[in-house]
Design a protein around this ligand. Structure first.
Ligand SMILES: [Zn+2]
Length: 410
């Protein structure tokens, strides 16, 4: 009876609404001290990529075979490692072709590249873009934020460099708050004109993602005090700018993706409840917010945010990319999904993403884990007689494709 569900899931052309194709290559144009530490992509064996799950190890073998033409025999042969490393690097530098090959093998129709767009992927038909708006938040001396960890410092260094690039492009110098806000608005407007389908906050990777709602009339003096090195005023200025950008997203009707997944011991920084006041605000509650990575591992908080509308569905969505996806077993992800899917309001709110990061084969790996997990979740609901097969098929289409298509207007 469930063959139809399996077949439907295997045939769906996915929309992968969160990933970082070519991220290592993107940062190669940055000075080494301005690169995000995670942005590396050397050849790694299936075993090294498996996160301890034999299932994932096998999927990486498959991906190497289908996308790179690497045989299992060669991968397992210690004498071939140098050849594979060299070949891998050659593929990596032919990014357009590599991405197409991976998307084709994975059955992905559209991939939304996130935060950083490699030059080779600009104006590519099957690639959309969601830029990081974090660089705008860090215009002054950020040394006070860099004691957290080398990873967190690398994010801040990258944001500083990105802001420098934007400022040069717009011939902008930091004169005063009013002009700074106009500059941000002008850049956001250009992003929209260039066809971005949303924007993204990586704030939790740089500092606590909780933001006080600060009135814009405070901006002028906060800007001046922040410029002089007053960190409390600087934090408040950042909060103000985040709320400002959230209001711009309402104006442009563009979804905003928020990173919420632990990256280090500063766990409270990455809790999605930090932005819960936004969904109560008369204006910003109209913003369509995507909780990235299911709030890993605080899935219940992501659920709370998405359900928080009560009888009136709110505008919060849940993305299932990242460690919940590519460092997970589909049975485990399936169980997480099932818990969410037991609330029908969430059927329209969960969206597939790979979070491709350490090599383009993750486009394929995510697609396998994602399809299997959605199948296991829905199959178990079918087996328990909670839903019928047609409903299961509809939900599968929503998670793997339709919800993202509607949200990002693809
Ligand atoms: Zn990501």
């Amino acid at each position: 009876m469930t063959d139809k569900l399996r077949k439907t899931i295997d045939d769906i052309q996915l929309i992968d609404q969160h990933g970082h194709p070519g991220i290592a290559g993107y940062f190669e144009s940055f000075p080494p001290e301005k690169r995000i530490l995670l942005a590396t992509d050397p050849y790694r064996s299936p075993e090294e990529s498996s996160g301890g799950f034999p299932y994932l190890r096998e999927v990486h073998y498959e991906a190497y075979q289908k996308i790179y033409g690497f045989s299992r025999e060669d991968i397992d042969n210690p004498e071939k490692q140098n050849d594979l490393t060299r070949e891998y690097d050659r593929h990596r530098h032919n990014l357009k072709h590599l991405v197409d090959k991976a998307m084709d093998a994975a059955g992905v129709e559209i991939l939304i590249a996130n935060s950083f767009l490699h030059d080779d992927l600009i104006n590519k038909q099957n690639i959309k873009f969601i830029p990081s708006v974090d660089p705008f938040l860090f215009p002054f001396d950020n040394t006070y934020l860099t004691s957290r960890s080398p990873l967190n410092s690398s994010y801040i260094a990258a944001f500083e460099h990105m802001l420098d690039i934007i400022k040069v492009k717009y011939n902008f110098s930091l004169r005063n708050f009013t002009e700074y806000l106009e500059f941000i608005d002008a850049v956001l407007d250009e992003y929209v004109k260039n066809g971005v389908v949303g924007w993204k906050f990586l704030l939790a990777c740089a500092r606590n993602s909780y933001c006080e709602k600060v009135e814009e009339k405070e901006g002028y003096q906060l800007f001046e005090r922040a410029r002089k090195g007053e960190s409390a005023a600087y934090t408040r200025l950042q909060d103000l700018l985040v709320w400002h950008i959230m209001r711009k997203s309402v104006e442009y009707k563009l979804p905003v993706q928020w990173h919420f997944s632990i990256i280090d011991p500063w766990v409270e920084y990455c809790d999605c409840l930090n932005i819960s006041k936004m969904i109560c605000d008369p204006i910003v509650s109209k913003a369509r917010i995507v909780i990235l990575h299911g709030g890993y591992p605080r899935y219940d908080h992501a659920e709370l945010m998405a359900l928080a509308g009560g009888l009136m569905p709110n505008n919060v969505y849940i993305d299932i990319s990242g460690r919940i996806m590519f460092r997970n077993h589909p049975r485990i992800l399936g169980a997480t999904l099932r818990k969410w899917l037991e609330k029908p309001m969430l059927w329209d709110k969960i969206m597939y993403g790979s979070d491709v990061l350490w090599g383009e084969r993750y486009i394929y790996v995510g697609s396998r884990v994602g399809r299997d997990a959605v199948y296991f979740a829905l199959k178990s609901m079918l087996d328990d007689d909670i839903i019928d097969e047609d409903t299961a098929v509809t939900i599968a289409r929503k998670i793997l494709r339709e919800n993202a298509k509607n949200l990002y207007r693809l």
